[in-house]
Each structure stands twice: as structure tokens, then as C-alpha cells.
Design a protein around this ligand. Structure first.
Ligand SMILES: Cc1cc2nc3c(=O)[nH]c(=O)nc-3n(C[C@H](O)[C@H](O)[C@H](O)COP(=O)(O)OP(=O)(O)OC[C@H]3O[C@@H](n4cnc5c(N)ncnc54)[C@H](O)[C@@H]3O)c2cc1C
Length: 307
């Protein structure tokens, strides 16, 4: 017991680079001996539960220029990687651009953790709870520089992140979302929702997370539907077959039933100590079908109306 905690008594060397180039150079030179650190909240958990050893060096990203700030540019809302989850939860422009991201941030950990934890750290770990929200919000990432061109679509970046060729020097500089004004031009009733199921009601790691976005025309037809699921240690991803099933369709009981089956088939996470893969898949199917039902049958007293 004491043996695996011994490493926690060591103090890693702390590097505080000022530029992305400097940070990447340090990582290149130090290799696996060093890890990037932002809020440190996930890293701390990994060290404390023995999932990862305390490294010899930490490369603190918090002083790196260009990783902070929230701003409108080119029809998008840009959120720097160092933006804390508490800020993602409270800033009106983020809620306007992506209600799902706001809701995802709201459900992560407790306020004390959210005040330190960054959106960049949540994205970079590859299975953070914000990822399904960013997938349906059509987010794009600036990787290794705020001016990286082209912007990398979230789904493409995630595929790379989970591949064996992922470059460990990669720094996520920020994320951008289509601004609310750009989305509203498309017409129809826009919706974007996010749901998390954990092991208890609040302050819990996720078992399943699901996000859903699109528009409902005045004729009741669903368009541009985007669905994503994730949760726990599973890789979040878009459910493209389920999306295609809904495209151009109106509500019917048969459609809901086919949707539930399609999600169950397409989302196949692994089980863990707390829930089987089948339970997670069924939960995702139920969450998504229930959310769509609610959106297509809005009640005036419903706490959340489509955006
Ligand atoms: C009590 C508690 C509860 C939690 N509950 C949840 C939860 O419900 N849902 C959830 O998703 N998470 C949860 N977490 C995990 C964690 O808080 C979040 O994932 C958080 O967003 C991580 O951000 P951070 O800035 O602290 O990342 P860090 O811990 O600093 O880093 C996390 C990883 O990302 C890398 N990294 C960080 N920033 C960058 C960057 N810009 N570019 C490249 N690499 C980077 C680091 O090297 C490290 O591998 C919880 C943590 C705690 C302690």
C-alpha cells in the first residue's frame, strides 16, 4: 500500500514555458519523463489512485501565451484551452453558442475542482465529459497554436487522439464553436441538449454521456441532426447511422423505436467495474430517445426549452 504511494513524496521538476514552441521543445527533449499540466485535477487523480506514476517533470502550460481568453472571431466563439470549466458553465456567450457544452461543464465534479480544471485538459484526456457536447456542437480545435490552419474538426482530432500515432508533443490551444448568430440564420427551432448518467445523482464520474443537436422545422421535420455518446473511459463518438435515420423525418412512435435500436447497435462501449457495456449502450439509447421525445413534445412548464 505504502509502496505505490512512495512516488507521491517526490517533487517533480517544474518547467514554466512562456510560448508554445518552448513548451513543445521541452516535451520533445524530456519525452516520457515529462507531462503537460494545466489545472492538474485529472493528473492528481491519476497519481493518487496509482493509474499513473508521478513524472520526473511537469510542463506547466498556464503561463503559455495564446492559450487563454474567450473571443468572437470570424463567425465563431473561440475558447482558449486554459479556460476553466467554471467559466464554461457561467459565461453567457458559451451557453448561447453551445447549451450542451454549458450543461456538460455544469455536471463535472464540484465547484472547487471546476475552478481549476480546464476545458483543454478535459478534451485532451480523450474521454472527458465535454467531448460529446463538442462533437454535436461542430467544434474545431486549434492544435499546438491558436492560429493553426486548418482548424481540426473535433471528430478527426479525437480519432487521432485515440490512434497509436498520436504525437505526445501535441498541445490543444483552444476550441472554436460556430457563434449563436451564425446558427440562428439557418431557421427552424434549433436544439442542443446534453445528458449525463453517473453512479449517483451529483458529483459523480460519468457512466454514460449523450448529446443531441439539430433543428426542427415548422413542418416538424428534423434536419442536421447530430448525436454523440461517451462516458467513463469510453471513446466518445458521433452516431452517424442513428443521425441518418432521423434526417428529414417527422416524429412517429416507430421512428423513436428504430432510433433506440440504432443507438443500441451503434454505441458499443466496454464494460467496467460499475456497469456492463450492454447497460451503457441501452442507457445511451434511452437517453437519446427520451430527449428527442421531449424536444418534439415541448411542455410549457419544461425546465429546458429548445434554444
Ligand atoms: C474530484 C474530481 C472529479 C472529477 N469529475 C469529473 C467528471 O465528472 N467528468 C470529467 O470529464 N472529468 C472529471 N474529473 C477530471 C478532471 O477534473 C477534468 O477532466 C478536467 O477538465 C481536466 O482538466 P485539467 O486542466 O485539470 O487537466 P490536467 O489534469 O492538468 O491534465 C489532464 C491531461 O491533459 C493534458 N493536458 C492538459 N491541458 C492540455 C493542453 N492544453 N494540451 C495538451 N495536453 C493537455 C495533461 O498532460 C494530462 O494528460 C474529475 C476530477 C476530480 C479531481
Amino acid at each position: 500500500m505504502l509502496q505505490w504511494r512512495e512516488h507521491l513524496l517526490r517533487t517533480p521538476v517544474l518547467y514554466q514555458p512562456r510560448t508554445l514552441e518552448e513548451a513543445r521543445k521541452l516535451k520533445r527533449e524530456l519525452g516520457a519523463k515529462a507531462v503537460y499540466a494545466a489545472g492538474g485535477t485529472l493528473l492528481r487523480t491519476l497519481w493518487e489512485n496509482g493509474t499513473a506514476a508521478l513524472p520526473e517533470a511537469l510542463i506547466d502550460l498556464r503561463g503559455v501565451a495564446g492559450l487563454s481568453g474567450i473571443r468572437h472571431e470570424d463567425g465563431h466563439l473561440y475558447i482558449g484551452a486554459l479556460t476553466e470549466l467554471s467559466v464554461c458553465r457561467s459565461r453567457g456567450e458559451i451557453a448561447m453558442a453551445s447549451p450542451a457544452l454549458r450543461e456538460a461543464a455544469r455536471g463535472i465534479a464540484a465547484p472547487s475542482v471546476r475552478n481549476l480544471a480546464t476545458i483543454g485538459g478535459n478534451i485532451t484526456c480523450g474521454n472527458g465529459d465535454v467531448l460529446p457536447a463538442l462533437l454535436v456542437a461542430e467544434a474545431e480545435l486549434a492544435v499546438s497554436g491558436p492560429d493553426s490552419n486548418p482548424w481540426v474538426p473535433m471528430a478527426a482530432w479525437l480519432a487521432d487522439r485515440w490512434s497509436s500515432t498520436y504525437d505526445p508533443e501535441t498541445i490543444v490551444a483552444g476550441v472554436r464553436l460556430p457563434a449563436a448568430s451564425a446558427r440562428n440564420e439557418l431557421g427552424g427551432r434549433r436544439f442542443e441538449v446534453y445528458r449525463k448518467v453517473g453512479r449517483r445523482e451529483a458529483f459523480t464520474p460519468s457512466l454514460v454521456t449523450a448529446a443531441l443537436a439539430g433543428t426542427i422545422g415548422e413542418d416538424g421535420v428534423l434536419r442536421s441532426v447530430r448525436i454523440a455518446a461517451g462516458g467513463g473511459s469510453s471513446r466518445p463518438h458521433r452516431l452517424e447511422r442513428a443521425e441518418a435515420l432521423l434526417e428529414g423525418r417527422r416524429f412517429s412512435a416507430e421512428l423513436m423505436s428504430s432510433l433506440s435500436e440504432a443507438v443500441h447497435e451503434e454505441y458499443a462501449p466496454s464494460g467496467d467495474a460499475f456497469a456492463t457495456g450492454a447497460y451503457k449502450s441501452k442507457t445511451a439509447a434511452n437517453l437519446i430517445a427520451a430527449e428527442l421525445w421531449r424536444l418534439l413534445h415541448p411542455r410549457e412548464d419544461s425546465p429546458e426549452q429548445p434554444v
